[in-house]
Design a protein around this ligand. Structure first.
Ligand code: AHR
Length: 516
């Protein structure tokens, strides 16, 4: 048994839980849109083709904001192809994923879908093959009330397709996607991108001064230009943008589960590095405003060994419509890692204000669906759903005194990784906690300074199921193999919370608290 002592003090908080930290991502890639959220003719589809079984799971997952329409896809996308009468929309080649895009689903459909799902839209523009003119036209099309060419076209297209005609009122915009990557259509140097992003941002804000903009940061921490890319891009755009993006995907390499379980250490360091770069540009440029982080792609992703440096993604063979692409089946280990990645995002809630798990359905996603078939929750659904539902109020600074576990990649790391939120108005304190030890259970206690815990209102844990192992996953014929169960070994003693967490598990404990 390993042990860990955790301490919170009501005087030490990090930040208010950012509402947009529980975002997701819908890309025109593989089966995320087609046969994912949209499948006309499916028994569960409504008259617009929106799958209601998937919609119900999306609501249960609880994303607050959804990035759309890409990803790599957006860098070759013409948004005009996806509006107007469906029968008039062109069928195009999507170079990013080597697929055929029918454009049967476009911006109006996504706005209607997002409104029903009760999520904010985060719209990405194409700064790969396009530029300032198309960017400002899109903002005018989306947000201008009426009486101009683009806004009246929106109303006409809405009327023609039975979708919304009202202004979409999209506040949050991404200035392109991963343009530092040689695989990206329209890949650019930091200077080329920085200037284009600055001028696009200026033009977009002239159309709608209330929008918020995300500049493209590095595609991952291993990029050779990581650091200098952010510095150069922000040196051009600091006054125009509100956020810089981060992307990170993690996977287990060669059975090294211990290092994989500790990847939140990497995420912590990655975020700290980007914060330092932002603040260096701020100081050197004598800026007073603060730019924050949009971690707009993160997840576990088993990237294929066949990928090369120039094309680090699997692409489809031939030219198919919505082929199966990167439909990773997530296991227990992945769910524990996803829990700890969410802890890392919360720990940095003072600077990470937006985060999007990539993606929402089928493509490296918490939700799976089959064409003409069922929809179900993957293992990684559970930590996301619980944290999105329960993390409220203040993120607390947490002192962790934990026994260590050895890892090849990071050396010794804390066996127990955790974060705490405290909602004073509701009188709730929630502990999100993972035991990264592969073999041993963990004895964990939480000491609350300045707060009095009166009751445990709920306690759940996700661990290796009785009939399974750490690689057990929820598949089409075993949809509930991995999930949350009541945590029974938990109690309050002298105002302290005590629990025993099984080896390699993720848990959530909610307490009723009052000021001591
Ligand atoms: O989410 C899958 C892909 O990963 C996105 O299209 C791209 O931005 C990233 O490299």
């Amino acid at each position: 048994m390993t042990t860990a002592h955790l301490t919170v003090d009501r005087a030490f908080t990090v930040a208010e839980v950012p509402h947009r930290l529980f975002g997701s991502f819908v890309e025109h890639m593989g089966r995320c849109v087609y046969t994912g959220i949209h499948e006309p003719g499916h028994p569960q589809a409504d008259s617009r083709g929106f799958r209601q079984d998937v919609m119900q799971l999306v609501r249960e997952l609880g994303p607050t904001v959804v990035r759309y329409p890409g990803g790599n896809f957006v860098s070759g996308y013409r948004w005009e192809d996806g509006v107007g009468p469906v029968e008039d929309r062109p069928v195009r080649i999507d170079g990013a994923w080597h697929t055929v895009e029918t454009n049967a689903f476009g911006l109006h459909e996504f706005v209607d879908w997002a409104r029903e799902a009760d999520v904010e839209i985060m719209e990405a523009i194409n700064l790969g093959t396009r530029g300032v003119e198309e960017a400002r036209a899109l903002v005018e099309y989306a947000n201008h009330p009426h009486g101009t060419y683009w806004s009246d076209l929106r109303r006409k297209n809405g009327a023609a397709t039975g979708t919304t005609q009202d202004p979409f009122d999209i506040k949050l915009w991404c200035l392109g996607n991963e343009l530092d990557g040689p695989w990206q259509i329209g890949h650019k140097t930091a200077d080329e991108y920085g200037r284009l992003a600055q001028e696009s941002a200026k033009a977009m804000k002239l159309v709608d001064p209330d929008i918020e903009l995300v500049a493209v940061g590095s595609s991952n921490r291993r990029m050779p230009t990581f650091g200098s890319w952010e510095h150069t891009v922000l040196s051009h755009t600091y006054e125009e943008v509100d956020y810089i993006s981060m992307h990170a995907y993690y996977q287990e390499h060669d059975g090294d589960a211990a290092s994989f379980l500790a990847e939140a250490v990497d995420m912590d360091a990655f975020i700290d590095g980007v914060v330092s770069t932002i603040d260096a540009v701020k100081a050197a440029g004598k800026h007073s405003k603060q730019v924050d982080i949009s971690f707009d792609e993160w997840n576990v992703w088993y990237q294929s060994g066949l990928d090369t440096e120039d094309q680090p993604h699997q692409v489809a063979k031939g030219w198919q419509k919505h082929p199966r692409l990167i439909e990773d089946a997530y296991n227990v280990t992945d769910a524990v890692v996803v829990g700890t990645l969410l802890h890392s995002l919360l720990r940095h809630g003072d600077r990470v204000k937006i985060a999007n798990q990539a993606q929402l359905v089928n493509v490296i996603a918490p939700i799976r669906s089959e064409e003409d078939g069922p929809a179900w929750r993957q293992s990684i659904f559970w930590p996301f759903a619980r944290i999105a539902a329960k993390a409220r109020g203040q993120i607390m600074r947490l002192a962790v005194d934990s026994e260590q576990v050895p890892t090849q990649k990071f050396g010794d790391v804390d066996a127990v990784d955790a974060t705490v939120t405290w909602d004073e108005a509701a009188g709730k304190l929630v502990l999100f906690v993972a035991n990264r030890g592969l073999e041993e259970a963990a004895d964990v206690d939480l000491n609350l300074n300045g707060l009095q815990a009166t009751a445990i209102s709920s306690a759940e844990v996700l661990a290796v199921p009785e009939r399974g192992d750490r690689l057990t996953a929820n598949l089409v014929d075993s949809q509930d193999a991995v999930g949350l169960k009541p945590l029974t070994d938990v109690g309050l003693q002298d105002g302290r919370l005590h629990m025993t967490l099984p080896a390699m598990s993720w848990g959530v404990v909610e307490l009723d608290v009052a000021a001591a």
